[in-house]
Ligand binder design. Structure first.
Ligand SMILES: Cc1ncc(COP(=O)(O)O)c(C=O)c1O
Length: 394
């Protein structure tokens, strides 16, 4: 059996048409396959924010793996990489966000946030936004706004109210029955939807008035993707609970739910061990996450994003085939006439050696999310491939 046949037969498939690009190695902004190299404008779907194989991340992983890997489930023993990461994080976050519960994936971080909000408020319901994506477990799926991905799995968690993203009137749906209101400060899977500052500030006010915990899902927007370490920094709004994931572990599985120490203490009583995970906060993943934050500072990564992202946006957005181009930093969506054009474009760019990717909820758009530290030269190479593919759409 060929590798491809084994892949299809022995690995459960989630799509009838997997891309099947065989990865041999990846370095910097490039992925090397058997016979070709690709410029990676997906960054593993907003995970490889420092590109592939950054030497300082590799060194941190190797050194920690040599010391110890898994020793005990989360929260019993002291692992210095966990403590160092949490300590670094709290130095970068507002003082209200000084206690992190570490998990393995974004969906788990949102599950933890739901449980914490219920536990603190004693309330049953949640608010969420249409178009949102918060994960694929039963709880986080219940909070997600794409009905197409949910209908087959009902019943889901009851008591979720959906608000139109960015709509001031719908803020009236937030009341004293809601434990939490979850929102991506910039919606990702909906095709990079960027709200106004006034909207997020009004949302913050409404949540404070009603005692509803405001949960910012920064699983995709976090770790520099939008040009700041966290997107909430653009808006002057601090959530009660922040969830992070994707790039948080520098390419290894790591996510977190962050709140105040006063809030997270609720997991310690009634019941004790109110939340448990075996692998959450794995020491090797924490070492990579910490090394990534150090590289952000040492190499001035965040400071360079705006110039490069604006260049890419300028090069791409004027093409007549482009209906809309939305971006905040390197969180980018290009909108075309329809899903068919997007399909052709994604395939054409791949043939030409550039990787971009679809959204689940907005098929007439595609995502552009390169590593944050790509070079100006790589920005220009990627732009010229996309422009060439746009020209060929006819
Ligand atoms: C905004 C947002 N929340 C949650 C998730 C779920 O994260 P994970 O796939 O790690 O469970 C994602 C993943 O794409 C996401 O983009």
């Amino acid at each position: 059996m060929s590798l491809s046949e084994k892949f299809k037969k022995h690995l459960a498939q989630t799509s009838p048409y997997p891309i099947q690009l065989e990865v041999k190695r990846a370095k910097g902004s490039w992925i090397y396959s058997t016979d070709k190299k690709y410029l990676d404008f997906t960054a593993g779907i907003a995970v490889n924010n420092l590109g592939h194989g950054h030497p300082k991340l590799v060194k941190a992983v190797q050194e920690q793996a040599a010391q110890y890997m898994h020793v005990m489930p989360y929260g019993e023993y002291i692992f210095s990489p966990q403590v160092a990461l949490a300590d670094k994080l709290q130095s970068l976050l507002p003082k209200e966000l000084n206690s992190a519960y570490l998990v393995n994936s974004g969906t788990e971080a949102n599950e933890a946030a739901m449980k914490l909000a219920k536990r603190i408020t004693g309330r049953p319901n949640f608010g969420a936004c249409l178009g949102s994506y918060h994960g694929n477990t039963q709880g986080s799926l219940s909070l997600s706004g794409n009905e197409n991905k949910k209908y087959a799995f009902r019943p889901l968690i009851p008591g979720v109210r959906f608000l139109r993203f960015g709509n001031f009137q719908d803020l009236d749906l937030i009341d004293e029955s809601l434990a939490g209101m979850i929102i991506e400060p910039i919606q990702g899977d909906a095709g990079v939807r960027i709200p106004s500052k006034e909207y997020l500030q009004a949302l913050r006010e409404k949540c404070s008035q009603t005692g509803t915990l405001l949960i910012f899902d920064e699983i995709q927007t976090g770790m520099g993707r939008t040009g700041k370490l966290f997107a909430f920094e653009h808006y002057g709004v601090v959530p009660d609970i922040l969830t992070v994931g994707k790039a948080f572990g520098g390419g290894l599985p790591l996510a977190g739910m962050i709140s105040s120490e006063e809030n997270t203490r609720h997991f310690t009583f009634n019941p004790v061990l109110g939340h448990i995970t075996t692998f959450g906060g794995n020491p090797v993943a924490c070492s990579a996450g910490l090394a990534q934050l150090e590289v952000f500072e040492d190499e001035g990564i965040l400071e360079q994003i705006e110039e490069k992202a604006d260049l890419l946006a300028t090069l791409l957005s004027e093409h007549p085939k482009v209906r809309d181009f939305r971006h905040k930093g390197f969180m980018m969506a290009m909108e075309l006439k329809n899903a068919e054009e997007v399909q052709v474009l994604v395939e054409k760019t791949r043939e030409k050696g550039l990787l971009v990717f679809w959204f689940l909820s907005s098929p007439h758009c595609f995502r552009i999310q390169p590593p944050l530290n790509l070079s100006i030269e790589e920005v220009k190479i990627g732009a010229s491939i996309i422009l060439e593919a746009l020209d060929e759409l006819g």
